[in-house]
Design a protein around this ligand. Sequence first.
Ligand SMILES: Nc1ncnc2c1ncn2[C@@H]1O[C@H](COP(=O)(O)OP(=O)(O)OP(=O)(O)O)[C@@H](O)[C@H]1O
Length: 343
Amino acid sequence: MTEPADPLLSVRDLKRHYPVRSGILGRKTGAVQAVDGVSFDLEAGETLAVVGESGCGKSTLAETVIGLDEPTAGGVVFDGEPLDGGADKSFRRRVQMVFQDPFSTLNERMTVGRIVAEPLVIHDERAEDRAAYVRELLETVGLDPNRHYDAFPHELSGGQRQRVGIARALALEPDLLVLDEPVSALDVSVRAGVLELLRDLQAERGLTYLLITHDVSVVRQVADRVAVMYLGEFVELGGLETVLDEPAHPYTEALLSSVPRVRADPEPDDRIRLPGSPPDPSDPPTGCRFHPRCHLRERLGDDDAARCVEADPALVERDAGGDPRADVDRDGRTVACHFRPDQ
Ligand SMILES: Nc1ncnc2c1ncn2[C@@H]1O[C@H](COP(=O)(O)OP(=O)(O)OP(=O)(O)O)[C@@H](O)[C@H]1O
């Protein structure tokens, strides 16, 4: 038997806290716990989606993972190499990011050809056949090199601009793409085409994706596994169908029930309404961070409900491979809730 390959990316107990300062001296009086102890592995060729409401820390997680931001604690290991001193040259080639808003990230005064070639210029690559290679990349992402190579971003539609962003991210032949809300800024009518392109590119090039999104329908279309994030923490992590069709954490349940479904649309009474808005991440609730808004807790007896407030249900690490242990979910799912429906 061969040993399972090491994951391409390993994230362990990652934290990113932003200091809160106040008073005229600007003293540190607290910290926004934007990411607070997140761990996961990403296998080569898979797509892990991180889903959660606005402000739960998704973008901070993405930026910290790719070295745009320094972790407060914890670590990232990419292809066996710890990212201790920040991103080195090899990491900056092999990991690329696609941002939400192609309108703001493309340089309006540069032609499409130059935008896509820029990473090659920075890394001093393909000096001899750069233009031909860039034209090839444009074709790969479904653009027409003859029409689009010399075009300026304002001459393109939103979907075309996002394709330019993807071509640029592919230029250095990366292994991992971090996709931060890649279709959120696009018209619904062009989203499917861009997601299909991402799926095709993954199949052709063996790419690995870390997909950040607030949109469950996007998760359904591209992810293999899903992590549900709430107030800086993962509350549930597992296979796509397991998590979306049989959510175990009450927050996942609430998040999903707010999404209209094509089949068997729930009666309005079945919808779980999340009371209030997420708490302040500089002063998170004790115990389970979701407890003040949790519909499941309301149904628990006093002793159990007290556990939600007192004990931190840290995400239990369960092994996806090997023989299942008593506490191993059949899908290797991890859930940070003492009172999962299947217990
Ligand atoms: N530079 C910063 N300084 C202080 N607080 C920050 C900073 N960046 C983010 N935050 C805070 O950290 C928390 C997480 O923000 P983040 O942008 O990562 O969330 P998100 O889930 O990506 O939300 P959105 O989808 O709205 O971008 C928020 O409360 C945000 O206000």
